[in-house]
Design a protein around this ligand. Sequence first.
Ligand SMILES: C[S@@+](CC[C@H](N)C(=O)[O-])C[C@H]1O[C@@H](n2cnc3c(N)ncnc32)[C@H](O)[C@@H]1O
Length: 248
Amino acid sequence: MAEASNPVPGMTRDLAATAEAPDPVRGGYLATRDRVETYFDRTATKTWERLTSDAPVSGIRATVRAGRDAMRDVILGQLPADLTGTRILDAGCGTGALAFEMAARGADVTGVDISPQLIDIARKRTPNDLHHKLTFRAGDMLNPRLGSFDHVVAMDSLIYYTAADIAAILQGLAPRLRTNMIFTVAPRTPLLMAMFRIGKLFPRSDRSPTMVPHSPARLASALTKGKLRDIERVTSGFYISNALEFRP
Ligand SMILES: C[S@@+](CC[C@H](N)C(=O)[O-])C[C@H]1O[C@@H](n2cnc3c(N)ncnc32)[C@H](O)[C@@H]1O
């Protein structure tokens, strides 16, 4: 795969990350993706590394970690128990926890993330007996050079995108997706909607990317093809996330 230059010294991107967005939403998608990359690759890399490790974390973060553990189980529960012979894309894989679990169940997993730093952590954390089942790539999840997959999972990696962007992402992946994609969104609860509105009052440059809450019904109506199914919501302290299934 071609390498593109990366702003972080010593790190390289495996996949060129400029031209993958579907045309209708290109501007918005790329602007959000760039903000997400800055956040995870620079501002919050250490925090995210710790949250996704076994190291002790404070009370609020512990509730988030517990919620995320529960969500990982929900997503795994949607996949066949034996994944031998399947190819799975972990889209926005972060430090790799879900990818490791799917590889341990027999899948050949490609983990892709826009943050080269998180991909580096995922590679370092790969258990010795799973190296042959895992490929980690730094770059855009929509890059067609990643290939075709039986399943795609995207745990909390689409939570910053608008409904139009998510619809375009699903439709962009659909031709290379054989069975289904399991992904999560932030649900439209009164608390998350209030946080979203307050977040929009602050300048975009100096804070983390804002989550965009969604209702499954509105997301479904943004799709021109394929079916959406509401799976389950996980709430744990400050963590709240809703799992959905897309079938092309
Ligand atoms: C909240 S983190 C979740 C990481 C991982 N899925 C997990 O649950 O631990 C969101 C991740 O999505 C990645 N991401 C967001 N948009 C992306 C895109 N368009 N292409 C690749 N990665 C993306 C971010 O870099 C970040 O690592």
